[in-house]
Design a protein around this ligand. Structure first.
Ligand SMILES: [Zn+2]
Ligand SMILES: [Zn+2]
Ligand SMILES: [Zn+2]
Ligand SMILES: [Zn+2]
Length: 166
């Protein structure tokens, strides 16, 4: 450790001292990723500036994470519709191998069901596609829809940008 570091005069390069490796909570480098410091790896949330919903960050150029990822606020599980999960609504055709009963609580709010499914179950994804299309069309028409997690039964809102996805 250099003499300067010993007396607290670190030759800071951003948030890190190149001599002793000390990190300070100041001058982080958010240029490459608005939410992760490229020097020390510090994280922060909700800092991207999305150019359009589902698009790219105007500051760091990162692309918005997967269009279809839904995270359950209850169990924190992440669902990618068509990859590891299906979403079904009342109008969906039956999905073989799945016990799904969708109940709409009232006329004004539609609650869809999102359930994890084995990624190799291609047939189920195909069967679920029209239901997902119906849901997406409903969202883009500003229908009041929510989705229920089939694992923990928590009822979630769809992310705002869902109504702008094509
Ligand atoms: Zn130092
Ligand atoms: Zn940093
Ligand atoms: Zn960004
Ligand atoms: Zn859940």
């Amino acid at each position: 450790m250099g003499f300067r570091c010993n007396i607290g005069l670190h030759p800071w390069n951003g948030c890190k001292c190149p001599e002793c490796g000390k990190i300070r909570d100041d001058q982080h480098d958010w240029l490459k990723d608005c939410e992760t410091c490229s020097i020390c790896g510090k994280k922060r949330e909700n800092m991207h500036t999305w150019i359009n919903p589902g698009g790219m960050c105007s500051k760091c150029r990162k692309t918005k994470p997967s269009n279809s990822a839904l995270q359950c606020a209850g169990c924190k599980k992440e669902y990618e519709i068509g990859k590891n999960a299906v979403a079904v609504c009342l109008d969906s055709p039956a999905i073989p191998g799945m016990q799904i009963i969708v109940v709409y609580d009232d006329e004004t709010e539609k609650v869809d069901l999102v359930a994890p499914i084995d990624p190799s179950n291609k047939g189920a994804f195909e069967r679920a596609k029209p239901g997902w299309k119906t849901i997406r069309e409903g969202l883009s028409n500003h229908q009041q829809r929510k989705w229920k997690c089939n694992v923990c039964n928590h009822v979630n809102s769809y992310p705002d940008f869902y109504s702008d996805l094509s």
